[in-house]
Write a protein that binds this ligand. Structure first.
Ligand code: KE4
Length: 450
């Protein structure tokens, strides 16, 4: 298939690079890992996005997770228009923040107190500060390939865009900060135990994505989360669940409800804002009462808890239902099975890690259970697959190390369109690989290298 010539997006990308670093406001959007020009999006509705060249795509990025109800649902737009007319931000308390805080606690009882912020990064950064203050310790354990936003302490062997761009440990993070960040291996309790033994009584917190999404989707192995809980209890370390992706995604109560492990602190984002900028951190009362002005741990934010974002979050949580999750599970399973079948028919090695409405296809014959196995997969194949899907009107994440997201706006038809596009793309990949091998063989014969 010839590459899509996107005149308007191409012109906009050139112009964007003259004012925005890389032409984007978040690195993964620049398509560096998959090549080509990113479509500039004009508008979206339901499961579809429309670019500036008038091309429509079935969207499996969904703004990287917040849009569990799809793009621009009518109820949300109405609620936002109504509340915006009364003022967008006051810098003063509102009842809406209380309502959303209570809604979060009803769904996640471990969140006894909560503070709203404006992004997942702010949530994780603040949770770590609370843990350090409460414990009087400095060190933090994270996992290679997990991504907790761009706070310095977490940009060490980070996943998501940091891995996608080949800078899992970012320049600009001071050696002193990096020295306090210890890195373990996901689904490997032994690697965690060894860090605890080596840094006894110095570890303030352990932060984990209870369902990893930023090395691609990697579910927790049986007993892994329970083991983390046990080790943290044994060493007096605060267990932080980064549920920015999994919160309200894998179940109404997030991964902590789905897997039955209670963290001390939880970080939230994405769905909690319904598509507007909201993050949150919360958990045990004794910890959260350390946060100013109740306690001495300072954290603040001009637009934290603003009525627009609170309204969007309240609407999003109010629409969560058992029927929605049952539907998302069915559609996620259908897509995962369809991608695997397409690869088998094309004779390509593919592993599809899936959990409910999030999944990641990896081009490899081996299981993907952690960062090491994820980074050994054929990312060039993923890039070819991505370009083929985009050409065929499907918009997956432009990186191997991300999750595909479904929503309540996706239908069986959308899933089947994606599967049909995957079949055609994978067959084309197979044909191209065969042709390349034949040409390579012919060249070797000519030069006598055979
Ligand atoms: P934000 O600061 O981007 O709102 O949240 C940071 C964050 C924290 N924790 C987890 C588990 C996350 O996945 C994220 C952000 N996710 C990425 C996608 N993997 C956001 C997309 C982007 O960086 O452009």
């Amino acid at each position: 298939m010839s590459p899509v010539h996107r005149g308007a997006s191409r012109r906009l990308f050139i112009e964007a690079k003259r004012i925005l670093p890389g032409g984007v406001d978040s690195p993964v959007r620049a398509f560096s890992a998959v090549g080509g020009t990113p479509p500039f999006i004009r508008r979206a509705r339901g499961a579809r996005i429309l670019d500036e060249d008038g091309r429509s795509y079935v969207d499996f990025v969904m703004s990287w997770g917040p849009l569990i109800h799809g793009h621009a649902p009518a109820g949300l737009i109405t609620a936002l228009a109504d509340v915006a007319a009364r003022g967008t931000s006051f810098g003063a308390p509102t009842a809406l923040e209380v309502d959303l805080g209570l809604a979060v606690r009803r769904l996640m009882p471990s969140v006894e107190r909560v503070r709203f912020v404006n992004s997942g990064t702010e949530a994780t950064m603040s949770a770590l500060r609370v843990a350090r203050a409460a414990s009087g310790r400095d060190r933090v354990i994270k996992f290679a390939g997990c991504y907790h936003g761009h706070c310095d302490a977490f940009l060490v062997q980070a996943g998501s865009g940091a891995t996608t761009l080949g800078v899992p440990t970012s320049p600009g993070v001071s050696r002193a900060v990096a020295a306090d960040t210890l890195v373990a291996h996901y689904n490997d309790l032994g690697s965690v135990d060894r860090l605890f033994r080596a840094h006894r009584a110095q570890i303030a917190a352990l932060i984990v994505e209870p369902l990893a999404g930023n090395m691609g989707v990697v579910p927790p192995a049986a007993g892994f989360l329970e083991g983390l809980r046990t080790l943290c209890d044994r060493h007096g370390t605060i267990l932080i669940f980064d549920e920015v992706i999994s919160g309200f995604r894998v179940s109404p109560g997030g991964a902590q409800e789905r897997f039955g492990v209670r963290p001390d602190l939880t970080c939230l984002g994405k769905i909690i804002g319904g598509g507007l900028p909201v993050g949150a951190y919360g958990g045990r009362t004794d910890l959260m009462e350390q946060v100013a002005p109740a306690g001495p741990v300072y954290q603040a934010g001009t637009l934290s808890g603003n009525p627009l974002a609170m309204t969007a979050g309240l609407w999003a949580l109010s629409q969560l239902s058992p029927a929605l999750y049952a539907r998302l599970d069915r559609l996620g399973q259908r897509l995962a099975t369809g991608l695997a079948d397409a690869a088998r028919q094309a004779g390509l090695d593919l592993q599809v890690n899936a959990h409910g409405s999030v999944l990641t296809p990896f081009f490899t014959a081996s299981p993907v259970r952690d960062y090491q196995s994820a980074t050994r997969t054929d990312t060039a194949a993923y890039a070819r697959f991505f370009r083929g899907m985009l050409t065929r009107g499907i918009y997956p994440p432009p990186s191997q190390f991300e999750a595909w997201f479904l929503s309540g706006a996706h239908t069986t038809r959308h899933i089947d369109l994606a599967i049909e596009a995957a079949r055609a793309t994978m067959h084309a990949m197979r044909r191209r690989a065969r042709t390349a091998r034949k040409k390579s063989g012919a060249r070797r014969q000519e030069t006598g290298d055979a």
